[in-house]
Design a protein around this ligand. Structure first.
Ligand code: AMP
Ligand code: ZN
Length: 464
């Protein structure tokens, strides 16, 4: 079946075909490891994980490269401000290297908790400095660079297709870039390829280069790493929508200027996680939640967040609210309960995957990863009157894309069906602000020997 993906370059859903038949080269911009990832960042990694699983479900072998940005990402995206890693080191009284190692480990733990598959290759910006320097030298030889007092810059006026990803007119982009103008830049949109260490401060992370001691710009890192590990097979490049106007636009300009060839063919971007009022969740806004403090510490299964992410299409903003999370906790628990019941009923019998529903499921994910509709197919399957072993075989097959770890259902903290029923009813009562009914249901659940806790992230029901 044909796979259609929305390509930000052409602003349309296009039929996807890799450059090498059967194999896909996928690059996803990884975390800047100066702090914990927030659940907004993790939404983007979840979308990328579903993409990767959907590609595998379609029979492709995926070579997935994810970088770790451990140097060069400045507090202002346009090469101004302080290095986020050095900033983190100052904040915590550690070295920049320690900060990077600590938050990389924390990120990998978050991935594991969300059942996000590991990339085929992890790479750190600080491990690919020679490749980045070589790429800047190529750009220099081809006349795309110039020197200012604080670094080597890319001259965006020399790359006529500069706006092909952002689809903005150049004046609008220049205007956006003017916020943090460096008077020595020829064009507001020009960006640093190499920044010099300040004369009076010794940076913790710095390297010699043909232009002087310093460190790479954030954008050159991703270009050098993707080309190093994926070579000419540059199929899909992903990130959040905030990367379109600057980071990815600059990656395209410098890579295509250096090689004279098209860089990635598909650019895919995940929409933001927002909080009520429409504000983006961001570290700089101080409104961010981590998987640890919003889920793990409250005893909430992090896979509920994975489930919640499936209920909004990846190109639409997803609003975080305790009620939505409560619904997801309940949804994932209910799904596990159903799988457990099916397992008991199947009693070890080997089932057949329902081909008709598999086709329907594939049709939804191949329509630009339409997970809300794919989840409806899962519900349809569970409601159908097929044999339990066939339902089980089919739902496990779907779980290759869902990644909800449904085979591990025996380990799940599931509730008896009668309690579940009351939990679902209480969620509805609370949504309808019927607090009298909600209190009645709380008493009824407690009378059955369960504890009920209303936390900011939603209702928790457990055996005390
Ligand atoms: P960073 O660690 O800041 O480089 O961001 C990691 C990834 O998270 C990038 O792909 C960003 O585009 C993405 N991102 C940042 N904020 C959000 C948000 N509120 N919702 C979804 N993705 C986000
Ligand atoms: Zn990147």
């Amino acid at each position: 079946m044909e796979l259609f993906l929305y390509n930000s370059l052409t602003r349309s859903k296009e039929r996807f075909q890799p450059l090498t038949p059967g194999q896909v080269g996928l690059y996803t911009c990884g975390p800047t490891v100066y702090n914990y990832a927030h659940i907004g960042n993790l939404r983007t990694y979840l979308f990328e994980d579903v993409l990767k699983r959907a590609l595998a479900y379609n029979g492709y072998t995926v070579k997935h490269v994810m970088n770790i940005t451990d140097v060069g990402h400045l507090t202002g995206d346009r090469d101004m401000g302080r290095d986020k890693l050095e900033e983190g080191a100052r904040r915590e009284g550690k070295t920049a290297w320690e900060i990077a190692a600590y938050y990389t480990a924390a990120f990998r733990q978050d991935m594991e908790r969300l059942n996000i598959l590991e990339p085929s290759i992890w790479c750190k910006a600080t491990d690919t400095i020679p490749e980045q320097i070589a790429l800047i030298q190529t750009l220099e030889e081809k006349g795309y660079t110039y020197r200012t007092r604080d670094g080597i810059y890319f001259d965006t006026a020399r790359f006529p297709d500069y706006t092909k990803l952002s689809h903005q007119n150049i004046e609008a982009l220049q205007e956006g870039a003017r916020v943090e103008i460096n008077p020595e830049k020829r064009n507001a949109t020009d960006f640093a390829l190499w920044k010099f260490s300040p004369a009076d401060v010794r940076r913790q992370m710095e390297w010699d280069s043909p232009w002087g001691t310093g460190f790479p710009g954030w954008h050159i890192e991703c270009s050098a790493m993707s080309m190093k590990y994926l070579g000419d097979q540059l199929d899909i490049h992903c990130g959040g929508t905030d990367h379109i106007d600057v980071h990815h636009t600059n990656e395209i300009a410098q890579s295509e200027a250096a090689t004279g060839k098209p860089f990635f063919r598909f650019w895919m971007h995940g929409a933001f996680l927002i909080i009520s009022g429409g504000k983006k969740m961001a570290k700089s806004e101080g409104n961010f939640m981590t998987l640890e403090n919003a889920f793990v510490q409250n005893g909430i299964d992090p896979l509920a967040y994975r489930y919640a992410a499936f209920l909004t299409h990846y190109r639409k903003p997803m609003e975080y609210s305790p009620e939505a999370m409560e619904g997801a906790v309940n949804g994932v628990r209910h799904l596990r309960n159903q799988v457990r019941t099916l397992k008991d009923a199947a009693d070890g019998k080997q089932g057949q995957i329902g081909d008709d529903l598999r086709v329907q499921f594939l049709k939804e994910i191949n329509d630009d990863l339409n997970m809300p509709r794919a989840m409806a197919v899962v519900q349809e399957l569970l409601k159908s009157d097929r044999a339990p072993e066939d339902k089980l075989a089919t739902v496990f097959d779907f779980d290759r894309v869902l990644g909800l770890d449904l085979a591990q259902v025996d380990k799940a903290d599931t509730l008896p069906a009668a309690i579940e029923q009351m939990v679902a009813e209480r969620i509805k009562a609370r949504e309808a602000r019927d607090f009298a009914r909600s209190d009645e249901l709380r008493d009824a659940i407690e009378a059955q020997g369960y504890a009920v806790q209303d936390t900011p992230e939603g209702m928790k029901v457990f055996k005390p």
